[in-house]
Design a protein around this ligand. Structure first.
Ligand code: GLU
Length: 441
């Protein structure tokens, strides 16, 4: 089977001031450490990663020249089990962003009660400008640098922004080649033909909608009476739109990165965005061809307009730091739910505004936990060497996500907490206990 290496997500860098995701992650942690009354050593341990790797990946490019790429792996905490988290390819990657994402992985695994810790990896590169062979070389180079510090029992990578099943398979192949063993548990998000799990591609987007469905139930609103607007048209966004449509909801707007113009555009269709239809209008980068989209009846708007729509639900499913103090006031009063499909899409200042406005913000590390939950199922199936059907996987995913949402929402109600804080209280408490039980602190 040929697995596509077309970049599946894009940068949504805005012209606002630069935000530091790690500072945001630490601010969120500090607030909840207060609520939990954590002691100083526990705070010191949990507000920093336990281990960090930063390394060079020299690659021979197709034109014969050599380019040195910078790679990272950051293991935030592994008290609850092997570290788990994706590897991103992104031109604006920074060590601080990877630190934040690693920390969020720890909370993500803990909030849905997976026996895993948190890590994240990255390479500063833009797959749009790299051939398949060059991308393969980066994958293999990343593994060569990290082979002593990752593995099925210690740290298990996965796909993330602009990496996919093909990249995972190249990484697995390199790992097995170096270690001289078969080690399918080294990585998740593999193609289903090579030890992957059914449902992994759908898992993150579907997981977002499982939490939206539960939030709507609590608000006593039928999905079929709601509309949504989505930022991003990558894997997470596409499957979120599909499942939301199956529940009866209508997505009226989606935004997508335009590689040629180096900006994003929003594509609006009041009677409903259709993923399959819009996929026929995508270009070779997975971006949307504006002419074709117009022919299909879409209005093309500035990218920021995804957030200004008169809808009930907003789903940021692209990159971090997208809902910021400069645009949070553009969000319509009609918006009841914001489900964070991306990691870290809302800055601290914007979050404070949404909190005051009583918007139900389903926090990233809960809303998008479906991906890592399915990765965990992939590990379990791999260990048994027995694979479940797609329905079985998606059924288990639904149960795990629903239980996670209900636990958070029950705590939020009982203690009058913002959903993000309630999710953090559950996650951080579990991790802190695991550290204490091991005698680390
Ligand atoms: N990269 C995904 C995330 O941010 C999935 C991680 C995994 O499957 O390990 O949650």
């Amino acid at each position: 089977m040929k697995v596509s290496v077309r970049p599946s997500a894009r940068s949504y860098i805005l012209s606002y001031k630069p935000y530091n995701s790690f500072a945001i992650a630490q601010t969120q942690f500090d607030g909840v450490a207060e609520i939990l009354g954590l002691d100083a050593p526990t705070r010191d341990l949990l507000r920093q990663p336990m281990r960090e790797y930063s390394f060079a990946i020299p690659i021979r490019l197709d034109d014969g020249s050599t380019q040195v790429f910078r790679g990272f792996r950051i293991q935030h905490n592994d008290a609850r089990g092997p570290s788990k988290g994706g590897i991103r390819f992104h031109p604006q990657e920074t060590q601080d962003t990877v630190r934040a994402l690693a920390m969020w992985m720890t909370w993500k695994c803990a909030v849905v009660d997976l026996p895993l810790g948190g890590a994240k990896g990255g390479v500063i590169c833009d797959p749009h400008n790299l051939s398949e062979r060059e991308q393969e070389a980066i994958c293999r180079g990343w593994v060569r640098q990290m082979v002593r510090n990752v593995g099925p029992q210690g740290d298990v990578p996965a796909p993330d922004v602009m990496t996919n099943a093909q990249h995972m398979l190249w990484m697995l192949d390199e790992y097995e080649h170096i270690t001289g063993s078969k080690a399918p548990g080294f990585i998740t998000g593999k193609p289903v033909t090579s030890g992957g799990s059914f449902g992994r591609t759908e898992a993150t987007g579907y997981g977002v909608i499982f939490t939206v469905r539960e939030a709507l139930k609590e608000l006593n609103v039928r999905a079929s009476d709601t509309t949504a607007s989505v930022q991003g048209f990558g894997n997470v966004a596409q499957y979120a739109i599909r499942l939301y449509e199956q529940l009866g909801g209508t997505t009226v707007c989606v935004s997508c990165w335009d590689q040629a113009d180096q900006t994003s555009y929003a594509y609006q269709k009041k009677d409903g965005v259709n993923v399959d239809e819009l996929l026929t209008a995508t270009d070779r980068f997975g971006g949307i061809d504006q002419g074709k989209a117009k022919d299909l009846g879409y209005r093309v708007l500035p990218g920021e307009d995804w957030l200004k729509q008169e809808v009930d639900i907003l789903i940021p499913a692209a990159m971090e730091n997208q809902i910021v103090e400069e645009n949070v006031h553009d969000i319509s009063d009609r918006v009841k739910i914001i489900a964070e499909g991306a990691n870290g899409p809302t800055t601290t200042e914007a979050d404070a505004v949404l909190r005051r406005r009583n918007v139900v913000v389903i926090p990233d590390f809960l809303a998008n936990a479906g991906g890592v939950t399915c990765s965990y199922f992939e590990q379990v199936q791999g260990n048994m060497n027995y694979y479940w059907s797609k329905d079985e996987v998606l059924g288990k995913l639904d149960s795990k996500m629903t239980a996670g949402f209900i636990a958070v929402s029950d705590l939020a109600r009982a203690r009058t907490l913002y959903l993000r804080d309630a999710a953090y209280v559950i996650a951080i408490d579990r991790v802190a206990r695991a550290c204490r039980d091991r005698g680390w602190i």
